[in-house]
Ligand binder design. Structure first.
Ligand SMILES: Cc1ncc(COP(=O)(O)OP(=O)(O)O)c(N)n1
Ligand SMILES: Cc1nc(C(=O)O)sc1CCOP(=O)(O)O
Ligand SMILES: [Mg+2]
Length: 210
């Protein structure tokens, strides 16, 4: 099954992105989502080629945010598609059955739609306010996850749910208790001064054996 911790990359230049992604890999992340928004195509391609190589070297999953054609061109492991990106069905035709296609949700109706589209996982957020992404959907908070996960259980929907948006180490235990599958984080890992210790602590809270 999928890793329970996703690192969503950040950085304003190819160099910054590569540094942050390399650091995440070096300190134990094994699922990288390359998220490099509003850049020119050549820079994005150059970064994606380098990240593909790094992820192969570290045996990490390599997912590209938004750009299905780039994921196809580089044979990435998958893509993450938001509510205003290419639809899942079209991406599935381009990428095929074996690639990972994740989708964004903010409401239970979004979850129903992503499930109907046969997404492989859902990024449900935002958990709380974050400056990493502009134009956030309404903030869910713990109660928002509890409500949506409960509705999923009633409908016997079992698609893996990743919480995303402003997540800190202190939030992980209570988020997992809502029934989510895992978490996706960006700033927490990027800005950490002790990334190895942080990633170990995150995984300790994510892979809790009962
Ligand atoms: C795991 C995960 N969940 C949600 C998102 C947000 O995707 P999207 O809504 O397309 O917004 P941008 O990331 O494109 O700004 C994500 N990237 N990853
Ligand atoms: C990429 C993204 N999508 C979100 C959503 O709510 O769909 S929140 C978000 C930013 C996640 O970064 P950080 O861990 O630094 O808050
Ligand atoms: Mg997107």
């Amino acid at each position: 099954m999928y890793n329970k911790l996703q690192y969503i990359s950040q950085g304003n230049t190819v160099e910054e992105q590569l540094y942050n992604i390399h650091q995440a890999l070096d300190n134990g992340c094994d699922w990288i989502q390359m998220r490099f928004k509003n850049q020119n195509a050549l820079e994005v391609f150059a970064l994606a080629e380098a990240v593909k190589f790094l992820c192969e070297e570290y045996l990490a999953v390599f997912v590209i945010n938004d750009n299905v054609h780039l994921a196809q061109q580089l044979n990435a492991d998958g893509v993450h598609l938001g509510l205003s990106d290419m639809n899942v069905a079209e991406a599935r035709v381009l990428l095929g059955k074996t690639k990972i296609i994740g989708g964004t949700a903010n409401t239970f109706d979004d979850v129903l739609q992503k499930t109907a589209e046969n997404c492989d996982y859902i990024g449900l957020g935002p958990f709380q306010f974050t400056t990493t992404k502009q134009n956030l959907s309404p903030i869910l908070g713990l109660e928002g996850y509890r409500t949506i996960i409960e509705k999923m259980k009633m409908k016997k929907i079992q698609i893996p749910i990743y919480a995303i948006g402003g997540i800190t180490l202190e939030n992980v235990k209570s988020l997992m208790e809502t029934g989510i599958y895992g978490i996706a984080v960006s700033g927490l890992i990027t800005q950490s001064e002790k990334p190895s210790q942080l990633i170990t602590q995150l995984n300790d809270n994510l892979y809790v054996t009962i």
